[in-house]
Design a binder for this molecule. Structure first.
Ligand code: ME8
Length: 639
């Protein structure tokens, strides 16, 4: 039986509003905890808020509130946001809670009584000299100054000295280095590990463990004129939340006997990879097993920040994409662990492609066919179908490898492996064309195809559960499945669904979203499509339409409506994607002369590049290609 796992996020500053940066780490931690539980592992997932320090005090003052009133109010925004995103943390730690404060006092006392490996006091008193802004009532670093002045108060800070207690960090660095090198303390990804070892090599100075001038904090038991430095206070949350100081049994279970994993972005590396291990060593406590520092992201290519005004509220994303859509979109932007860009401008397109088309359509077309052809009861399986063995093998491999990815924090890969099952199932469905089997009277075969698709969907509903728990439950409800079979073991079994199971389809699982262009167009038309504004001739004349010949045609993998065509327009050859696969077979369209709009911007449809659009006329279920009536040379312009 694997050890239980304890997964943490940073505790977020309450003087900021939750944004997608906070959401990113929190969703990732929620996903990891859920995935480990699917694998039968006990998991404890912790998040919370960092509520002390001068910035919080300032923010409270600015709103005319006491510090605790301010914290009580803003903490609710974090808690509600996490609820909106379907985050299921096991505990929420606030640094202003009695429990936490008691625990901070305990660790401070333990460090106060401790000696360094070379026999000196871990904590010693001294003087901190720095640049103090009386407007902010805090020390500023050189970096924070603009032209030597405090950016907020436009005043030069004073050089000030205050009494502080110091933590003898330097004495612990060789021990931390040894633990990192032996792998006892795992720092991931590798680049971050190297960064930490590099910092150790620079022999960092000791750090102040207390502040005299910051009053909104935990007072030191051995000198009440001082309060604990915010980072000493904040880092202790990882043990206060699980009972250090008030519940030994729980603390032993989740700190001493579990695998401890801290998750965060690389911005807070020094505190977690050096200060925290040193504090734990001084207090005689075990170190975390893994510290994983994911990348820092930009939004549509720009740094995200409060002052830049481009922080995205995850609640707004949920309004548009739902909790599950938001979780999926945030975690599939770029590989977890590296710096990346969150392409907000692509969200709708990606949502439609992956969730509405690939996954949502698969569920609805398979379920609809079962409902209309098998009286809403799951048909009998068949083991003898073209492509079935490949689909089963792929599902088995994906199940295994997705959990292996999760164990190594490769969240994007785990999701992609699962989406590969979705894509392969769409292909299996299209290749077998069960709609034709119905017409040809091959009902058993058709049932077998549909059964296999339902099985693949069931497996996907388990593997994507940690990413999209609500939507996967909706999909499972189509096949009358409850949570009892939400396990990786169950995902490893093909042919698990009972034939005869009622199949019921409710609303579309992932309704298609309108792209911004379409929304704008609808708005411009006063929301009424039929009242489309009239074109003047010059607008119409901007479209260049030419005679073309289809050289090659093939279906687009995983998209039953699309054909990929290679066309010749006289002056050049191009590729276009056309939504005519339901009306024209590839061999039928090959060789035909058609009319194509040739001056459209290039587009990528289902991952395939399209440089043009053919013209066709459609009414109801009939569609005909527009073709030139006569022998015109290729490239001839249509006007
Ligand atoms: O640092 N990309 O809190 P904080 C990725 N209270 N992750 C991001 C991000 C971005 N652009 N922006 C924020 C603090 N994050 C301290 C922590 S822990 C003992 C104390 C996420 O509110 C990421 O997890 O500034 C980052 O580490 C964290 O928010 C910083 O949150």
């Amino acid at each position: 039986m694997p050890k239980p796992i304890f997964i943490t996020t940073p505790i977020y500053y309450v003087n900021d509003k939750p944004h997608i940066g906070h959401a990113y780490t929190t969703i990732a931690a929620d996903l990891l905890a859920r995935y480990h539980r699917l694998a039968g592992r006990e998991a404890f997932f912790l998040t919370g808020t960092d509520e002390h320090g001068s910035k919080v005090a300032e923010a409270a003052r600015a709103q005319g509130m006491s510090e605790i009133e301010f914290c009580d109010k803003t903490v609710e925004t974090f808690k509600n946001t996490w609820k909106t995103l379907s985050i299921e943390n096991d505990y929420f730690i606030r640094t202003t809670s009695d429990r936490h404060i008691k625990s901070v006092c305990k660790i401070l006392d333990a460090m106060r009584a401790a000696k360094t490996p070379d026999g000196q006091d871990v904590i010693y008193s001294g003087y901190y000299e720095g640049l103090y802004c009386t407007g902010c009532e805090k020390f500023l670093t050189e970096k924070e100054l603009e032209d030597g002045k405090c950016p907020d108060h436009q005043k030069e800070p004073e050089k000030l000295k205050e009494k502080n207690y110091f933590f003898r960090l330097s004495a612990f660095l060789p021990g931390i280095k040894a633990k990192i090198e032996s792998g006892e303390l795992q720092i991931l990804p590798e680049e971050r590990r190297r960064e930490v070892l590099g910092l150790i090599g620079q022999s960092l100075p000791d750090f102040s463990l207390s502040r005299e001038k910051v009053t909104w904090g935990v007072p030191l038991s051995f000198d009440e004129s001082q309060s604990a430095y915010v980072w000493v206070d904040a880092l202790s949350n990882y043990i206060s939340a699980i009972g250090y100081g008030d519940d030994e049994k729980t603390f032993n279970k989740w700190w001493k006997s579990a695998e401890v994993v801290h998750l965060m972005a690389k911005d807070i590396l020094k505190f977690h990879c050096l200060y925290w291990p040193a504090m734990l060593m001084a207090a005689g406590l075990k170190l975390p097993d893994t510290i994983f520092l994911h990348g820092y992201f930009t939004v549509d290519g720009k740094k995200m920040g409060k002052s830049l005004g481009n922080q995205i509220d995850p609640n707004e994303m949920v309004t548009q994409f739902g909790a599950d859509g938001t979780r999926y979109l945030l975690l599939t932007q770029y590989p977890f662990g590296i710096d990346g860009d969150i392409k907000v401008s692509q969200f709708v397109t990606q949502y439609n492609a992956d969730l509405a088309n690939d996954l949502g359509n698969l569920v609805s077309r398979v379920a609809k066919m079962v409902i209309s052809n098998f009286d809403g009861k799951l048909p009998q399986p068949s083991r003898d179908l073209p492509g079935l063995q490949e689909l089963m093998d792929l599902a088995e491999k994906a199940t295994e490898s997705s959990y292996a990815h999760i164990k190594h924090f490769r969240i994007g890969n785990a999701i992609n492996e699962t989406m590969n099952i979705v894509r392969a199932t769409n292909k299996f469905f299209d290749d077998n064309a069960p709609w034709k089997m119905a017409k040809e009277g091959k009902k058993d075969q058709m049932g077998g195809v549909l059964y296999a698709c339902c099985e693949a969907i069931r497996i996907v509903s388990i593997l994507l559960f940690p990413v999209m728990p609500n939507k996967m439950r909706e999909i499972r409800a189509v096949f009358a499945l409850d949570d009892s079979t939400l396990t990786l073991v169950s995902a490893q079994r093909f042919f698990d669904l009972q034939p005869g199971t009622p199949v019921k389809l409710g609303e579309s699982v992932f309704p298609r979203l309108q792209t911004k262009k379409k929304q704008d167009a609808a708005k411009a038309k006063g929301g009424d499509e039929s009242a489309a504004g009239l074109l003047d001739i010059s607008e119409f004349a901007r479209a260049r339409m030419q005679v073309a010949q289809v050289l090659e045609a093939e279906r687009v993998e995983g998209a039953d409506k699309l054909l990929k065509l290679q066309i010749d327009i006289g002056s050049e050859k191009r590729q276009i994607v056309a939504g005519v696969a339901e009306y024209y077979a590839p061999e039928q369209i090959k060789g035909m002369k058609i009319i194509v709009v040739t001056n459209l911007k290039s587009a990528v449809i289902r991952g395939v590049e399209s440089n043009g659009m053919l013209l066709a006329a459609k009414k109801g279920k009939n569609l005909c290609l527009l073709v030139p009536d006569g022998d015109l040379p290729l490239g001839a312009k249509v006007s």
